[in-house]
Design a protein around this ligand. Structure first.
Ligand code: ZN
Length: 110
């Protein structure tokens, strides 16, 4: 049974929107709370993406074009991700939205 204090805190979080900000991770495609996402993505992470998430050469070029995000994020050249999972921060600032779990777990691929 939830304590009255916890219940009130949960309701307050819902009403203030803290629990309502959900986004989808570009890597795992899972809906998560906004606070579970990485705010700064390192060059090392981009390098790991290029090493691990590069497309199979047998994938048809028209399909590669559908998932090529390098026009928005040049660091992701030759990485296939859903364009719908990129975050638009306005002023032509497009970023990768990746959860902390994916950010930590992507092996180095070196
Ligand atoms: Zn993720």
């Amino acid at each position: 049974m939830m304590s009255r204090k916890t219940y009130i805190r949960n309701v307050k979080n819902i009403l203030t929107g803290e629990e309502m900000n959900f986004r989808t991770c570009a890597v795992c495609d899972v809906l998560k709370k906004e606070k579970e996402f990485v705010t700064e993505i390192s060059d090392t992470f981009y390098r790991r993406c290029r090493n691990i998430l590069a497309p199979d050469t047998r994938i048809p070029s028209y399909l590669v074009d559908c998932y090529d995000v390098s026009a928005f994020i040049p660091e992701l050249q030759n990485v296939l991700l859903s364009k719908k999972r990129l975050a638009n921060y306005g002023n032509n600032e497009i970023r990768l939205r990746v959860c902390a779990s994916c950010y930590k777990s992507l092996p180095s691929g070196d």
